[in-house]
Design a binder for this molecule. Structure first.
Ligand code: AMP
Ligand code: MN
Ligand code: MN
Length: 334
């Protein structure tokens, strides 16, 4: 979106929040720190403005991954409110309307504010405030909060900070610019205890998570001189150590940090006896756009972090990834 388009969308979102009464907030399935942080912060901001806000999340998302259980989710419903048609729906951190719990399809008679930072957002909203330069969706929510004149309380500040710290890889990914640090500074001034948040998110890890990491690392494979580094996690792995699906979080960072890796991939089986896999992709130096590979596989994401779900077998998946990477490298070297 060009600058004027983005400014106009921002103004319209602000206007709709100022004048609206009822809101329903949603985010993507299997919510991460940015998804939950955006949801909780926006809910509290609307409540501070005296609005009627409901957070909506599917019942099967619970229990949340252990690191996010500290969020106060009072005001959350697992079924759409009966007056949904009268409410403005705000999508947060959701690049694609199919990744939501409502089953809403584009063209339905619904009013949607789409607030997100995925460059490949399908712009399914009535208003699309999509800022691909934002490090995280909570950065956009933080900007809206300030424009609306809301002072962050502890819960809002914590929620915004969680989105920031998780989506920037603790301020280390290439999306981390000066703005991310300014936002962090402001939130710390508003009362965020950054070390306490770090402890909640990254320590206190269940032992089974470490065991799962061990199993994944024991099965790493490298292709094309290490350009592609892949690991797999099977249902048997989860069962053997008593791990939840979310315990795979962070494994891929070990793969991407290996010398020579251009693309890191982690494939985890999503259901027992089934053939579906959730594939996470990360690119290291930006030479390969993994979101393009994810889109070719039916998913999406960011240039440096993306994912898709597939029914390809292990060998077919590796062949698909190698082909996709080779095609991109051939194009870029021309
Ligand atoms: P993950 O590997 O699950 O941490 O996801 C990395 C990034 O890719 C996130 O920004 C996700 O929003 C995005 N992503 C993951 N899976 C999908 C999918 N099936 N469809 C669209 N985007 C996805
Ligand atoms: Mn997210
Ligand atoms: Mn995000």
């Amino acid at each position: 979106m060009n600058r004027n388009g983005a400014a106009a969308a921002r103004e319209r979102v602000l206007q709709e929040i100022r004048t609206g009464h009822g809101f329903c907030l949603v985010t993507h399935e299997h919510p991460d720190g940015d998804a939950l942080g955006s949801l909780v912060a926006m809910h509290r901001i609307l409540t501070a403005l005296g609005k009627d806000s409901v957070m909506l999340m599917a019942a099967d998302e619970f229990p949340l991954p252990y690191e996010y259980r500290f969020f106060d989710l009072a005001g959350l419903s697992t079924v759409p409110p009966v007056d949904l048609p009268e409410r403005t729906i705000i999508y947060l951190d959701c690049g694609n309307i199919d990744r939501n719990p409502l089953g809403i399809v584009k063209g339905d008679d619904v009013h949607i504010l789409n607030v997100d930072h995925h460059h490949d957002n399908t712009r399914f909203g009535t208003v699309n405030l999509v800022d691909a330069d934002a490090a995280c969706t909570t950065e956009i929510v933080w900007d809206l909060m300030r424009a609306l004149g809301v002072e962050p309380d502890q819960d809002i500040a914590d929620a915004l900070y969680v989105g920031l710290v998780t989506d920037t890889g603790r301020f280390m990914y290439e999306n981390t610019g000066p703005r991310a640090h300014v936002m962090a500074a402001e939130l710390i001034e508003a009362g965020v205890d950054s070390h306490a948040i770090y402890r909640r998110l990254y320590e206190d890890m269940p032992y089974a998570k470490l065991e799962l990491l061990g199993r994944a690392l024991a099965r790493v494979e490298r292709f094309d001189d290490g350009g592609l580094t892949v690991a797999r996690v099977t249902r048997e792995d989860f069962d053997a150590v008593g791990a939840e699906d979310s315990y795979t979080e962070g494994i891929i960072d070990h793969l991407r940090s290996v010398e020579g890796t251009k693309v890191a991939a982690l494939a985890r089986e999503v259901e027992s006896g089934g053939i579906r896999k959730k594939v996470s992709l990360r690119s290291t130096d930006g030479e390969v756009d993994v979101s393009a590979i994810a889109r070719a596989g039916g998913g999406g994401g960011h240039r440096q972090a993306a994912g898709f779900t597939t029914e390809l077998g292990d060998d077919e998946l590796v062949a698909f990834l190698r082909e996709q990477i080779a095609a991109q490298l051939a194009l870029s070297s021309r």
